[in-house]
Ligand binder design. Structure first.
Ligand code: FBP
Length: 265
């Protein structure tokens, strides 16, 4: 599938990528933002100006923020989602919130969908995934899977065996790129990368760390463990200087700097 290779190369230009996730307004709600960041256009422009490899947005957000990213970075359209407003017992289900065709019409380079591996709704999310995949293959679009182990039988979603299972399951259903949780050490994440069997693995940013340097150390660890990059949201847009924050992440991912070096420069 040449189209898929072409588009993947646009995201992973040197084989690695820093993706800015900004779907939090949908997933978490306005509580993640300040009165300045509630309008996504300003912060998105700063991140794109800083040279980020791709942005991951819902189709609606991609449309309203088009002047901030269009023609200047790659776009990944997230086509599943859930709001925090739904009842607790429905929060382990992601719904279809967009289509591959919409992503194509936006000029995107990939689509993204979440599967909560281990959820009581795993079956529904897998049916969605297979349909998304089928359409994406037709258009030559890579599918990024947010392979998140979450469910009643999962005690620790950051446990290496659990994360490895999610990653292995993701490749078994044809993920072209995988976004997953950091397992807390270089050694364990090396196992996760191995389980991905050559499919690029990107670390999911997670909740904002008290000290930004600690987040950068995680980025350094996953890169040393063989990951292809990161998908980061809150640790960057909640930073007092998002442009500086994303640049530091990019220095580790693309230039191989240590966390300490990237923090200082
Ligand atoms: P973060 O770097 O902020 O964690 O963003 C990554 C992401 O997966 C987003 O794409 C998504 O909105 C959010 O985290 C999911 O958050 P939660 O873990 O609360 O479901």
């Amino acid at each position: 599938n040449i189209g898929k290779t072409v588009r993947l190369t646009r995201i992973l230009r040197d084989g690695r990528a820093v993706v800015f996730a900004f779907d939090h307004g949908f997933e978490h709600g306005p509580g993640d933002f300040t009165s300045e960041t509630i309008d996504p256009r300003g912060v998105l422009k700063k991140i794109v100006d800083a040279g980020v490899d791709a942005v991951m947005l819902t189709a609606g957000l991609a449309h309203v923020t088009r002047d901030s990213w269009l023609g200047r970075t790659s776009l990944i359209v997230k086509i599943t989602g859930k709001t925090n407003l739904r009842p607790e017992d429905q929060k382990l289900l992601q719904s279809i919130i967009g289509t591959v065709e919409e992503a194509v019409s936006l000029g995107a380079d990939a689509v993204a969908a979440t599967v909560y591996w281990g959820s009581q709704y795993e079956d529904a999310m897998l049916s969605q995934w297979v349909s998304i995949k089928e359409e994406a293959e037709r258009y030559g679009y890579p599918c990024l899977q947010l392979a998140y182990p979450r469910g009643p039988s999962i005690k620790n979603m950051y446990d290496v065996e659990v994360v490895k299972y999610g990653v292995r399951a993701a490749i078994e259903v044809g993920a072209d790129l995988i976004k997953t949780y950091y397992t807390g050490s270089r050694e364990t994440f090396r196992e996760v990368v191995k389980a991905a069997s050559g499919v690029p693995v990107l670390m999911s940013g997670g909740a904002p760390r008290k000290n930004f340097i600690d987040f950068l150390k995680d980025v350094e660890d996953v890169m040393k463990a063989g990951a292809q990059g990161v998908v980061v949201g809150r640790n960057v847009f909640m930073h007092e200087n998002p442009a500086l924050a994303i640049k530091a992440v990019m220095k580790i991912v693309h230039e191989g700097l240590t966390a300490e070096e990237a923090y200082k420069t």
